[in-house]
Structure formats: C-alpha cells, structure tokens
Design a protein around this ligand. Structure first.
Ligand SMILES: NC(=O)c1ccc[n+]([C@@H]2O[C@H](COP(=O)([O-])OP(=O)(O)OC[C@H]3O[C@@H](n4cnc5c(N)ncnc54)[C@H](O)[C@@H]3O)[C@@H](O)[C@H]2O)c1
Ligand SMILES: [Zn+2]
Length: 339
C-alpha cells in the first residue's frame, strides 16, 4: 500500500496505489457518493458495487458525448445529488473523462475521484485532469482541466479486461517510453505482454512507473504550454485516424507514432524507427496502414495543437527523448502526403 499526494497548480491528488477497491469507503462516504461506470465493468464486478449508488452507462467511445453528460446530470438530479456529493468514475478512459467532466460542471463543480479499470485509464486517462467529450468527429473538443481529488488502484479489475484492451493500453506505455524513458523502452523490448499479464508484480511496477512519468510531466506543465505537449506523441495523426476508421485509441496512436517516427527522420534526424515499430508490433499493435491522407489531414487541421497556420508536432530525437517542433501546415501536408 502506497499513498502519495501529488500537488498540481491549484489542487492536489491523493494516489492510493495498490490499495484495493474496498478502501474506497474510507476515502469517500458511500451515502454521499455516486459511482459512474459502464456495463462491461459493472457486469464483471457486480459484487464490488454493492452498497454504492451507481450509474451504469453504455460502453464505448460513441457515448463520450454531450447527450450522455445530459443523461447523467438528469440521473444526478433524480438522485438528489448536491454539492457535497462525490462522483467516482470506475472504468476505462471514456468513463473517467465523462465523470471528471460531469463533476466539473454539475452545480459548478463536485469533488471527484477515479478508479481506473483499463490499462489505458491506469497509466494515462485517469491522470492529469483532462476531462471532456467528443463533438462529431472532433475528439475531446470540449472539456476542462481539473484534477481529481483521488485515484485508487485495484489490479483485480484487470482480470476481466479483454486482450485487445490490454494491447490498446500498451500503446500509451510505449508512448511514455519513447518520449521519456529509454530504460523502460528496453524493458518493453525484453519482455512480452504475456509476462506482464502473468506476473502481478511486473504489471503493478510498470503501471506505477507510467503513472509517475505522466504525473511529473503534468506537474511541470498542467495547462500544456510546453512539456505536456510531449504526451501527444502519435496523437495528431492518431486522433484523425481514430475518427475516420474503426480503430481503438491505442491502435490509432500506434499508427500515429509510426508516422511521427518517419516525420522525425526527416526533421530531427531520428534513426530508431525500426526499434519503435518492432516494439509496437511485439505488443500486437498496428504500425503501417494505408489511409486517405487528404481526409486525415483535413481533420488533423482542426487539432487542438494547431496554432493558426502551424502545428506543434511531437517528434523523437532518439528513443527516450521527445521534442516538440512547430511545422507549418503546408509543409506538414506535403510530408503526410509523402508518407
Ligand atoms: N483524460 C486524458 O488525459 C486521456 C488520456 C488518454 C485517453 N483518454 C481517453 O480515454 C478513452 C480511451 O480509454 P479506454 O481505452 O480505457 O476506453 P474505454 O473506457 O472505452 O474502455 C475500453 C473498453 O474496455 C472495457 N473495460 C474497461 N475496463 C474493463 C475491465 N476491467 N473489464 C472489462 N472491460 C473493461 C470498456 O467497457 C470498453 O469497452 C478515449 O476516450 C480517450 O480520449 C483520455
Ligand atoms: Zn492517448
């Protein structure tokens, strides 16, 4: 058991890593708490939700939209949730993003916390306070940055996580290694997904290492003026692909990271594309895919990382060292067309 408090610009978050779900009632009073989860998590862990007010949503990215926010708000009103109510998102990134967003707008803001249940939400979505929803084809177009009061980990949730979601989450782990941690990258090269799935200690350590990488980046630059942009490695093309094709987030950013490696070759002299591609493939993620370059570029132009006619693009100088370069849109369009 390992409780740590991390300070951000305006608030702090208690991390209860490896605590167990039963500890939740010590952090927040079940009588004044509403858990928000999705059907998959709920059905696989019904017993754990006993004694808690729970809102169960339909699973999937297509529900990370305003209509779901409205439905949750109506439920909260029905349940007579007030400003003393705590919301806890128990789920993958869709649930944590939605919960943090609802909690930030309902009655101008409630206390909220997260219990991540997918690899992706353990290592990424639950950390850093970005909460929001999609609008049409534009991912995370509306939202807010507000830190949760607490994050609680219980690895038991991973027992029901489908294989493809494990792979999906490892895309963000490979991303962290690529931009920040060459030694973790080497560990990923040496190990396999099976090893992590079979050894509780290995996955627990890997998750905590990733939580720390992301937390440190966010602490340095909560509002994404510089350092935090690094976390968007693979996400510019990735987000554009995700909205155009039937891909999971991790799969889309794996292709995005492969593209970003090739763009890096041209703009930073990066020479380790093959190693990144090999690791992605080792964890069963897609790397090269043919896609409609023009269509993807048209969506990408609307990316939040665009500033007028330029795009802040995350590239690699070497494995473990990500950098942000400003690329004029016209040049980027040409580079993408030539990928
Ligand atoms: N806020 C952030 O900083 C941030 C960072 C990265 C990603 N995200 C967002 O996170 C989302 C992707 O996260 P995700 O991949 O976790 O999506 P998700 O919430 O859709 O979960 C993926 C699937 O796994 C299921 N699932 C989750 N945990 C389970 C469990 N323990 N047992 C059985 N099934 C389980 C879900 O029901 C869903 O079908 C995207 O919307 C993305 O934009 C946000
Ligand atoms: Zn991501």
């Amino acid at each position: 058991m390992n409780k740590q408090t991390y300070k951000f610009s305006y608030s702090s978050t208690d991390y209860y890593l490896a605590y167990g779900f039963s500890h939740l009632k010590k952090i927040t009073d079940p009588k004044a708490t509403v858990l928000i989860t999705d059907e998959n998590v709920y059905n696989a862990h019904v017993k754990r939700f006993k004694g808690w007010y729970t809102i169960v949503l339909k699973p999937g990215e297509e529900y990370k939209v305003q209509a779901t926010v409205d439905a949750v708000i109506e439920k909260l009103i029905e349940m007579e949730a007030d400003r003393k109510t705590t919301l806890v998102g128990v789920g993958g990134g869709v649930i944590t993003d939605l919960t943090g967003y609802v909690a930030s707008v309902y009655m101008r803001g409630l206390r909220f916390g997260f219990v991540p249940t997918s690899i992706l939400s353990f290592v990424d979505a639950s950390i850093g306070g970005k909460n929001g929803i999609d609008v049409g084809v534009y991912k995370n177009m509306v939202g807010i940055i507000r830190q949760p009061s607490f994050i609680l980990h219980d690895m038991i949730f991973l027992n029901s996580l489908p294989q493809v979601e494990w792979e999906n989450g490892f895309a963000e782990i490979i991303k962290h290694a690529s931009i920040k941690d060459a030694s973790m990258f080497a560990e990923l090269e040496k190990n396999t997904l099976k090893i992590y799935q079979g050894r509780q200690k290995s996955i627990c350590e890997l998750i905590q290492r990733n939580v720390l990488i992301k937390t440190r980046v966010v602490q340095k630059d909560e509002f994404e003026k510089g350092e935090r942009r690094l976390l968007n490695f693979g996400h510019t093309i990735g987000h554009a692909l995700e909205t155009q094709y039937e891909l999971l987030h991790g799969q889309a950013i794996a292709i995005g990271m492969t593209c970003a490696c090739h763009i890096s070759e041209q703009l930073t002299g990066f020479k380790q594309t093959e190693r990144v591609v090999e690791v992605l493939e080792k964890y069963n993620l897609p790397t090269y895919a043919s896609f409609n370059k023009q269509k993807v570029f048209d969506v990408l132009k609307m990316d939040k990382k665009r500033v007028r006619k330029e795009m802040n693009y995350v590239l690699l100088e070497r494995i473990g060292k990500g950098v942000v370069k400003t690329i004029p849109l016209r040049q980027l369009e040409k580079i993408i067309a030539g990928l």
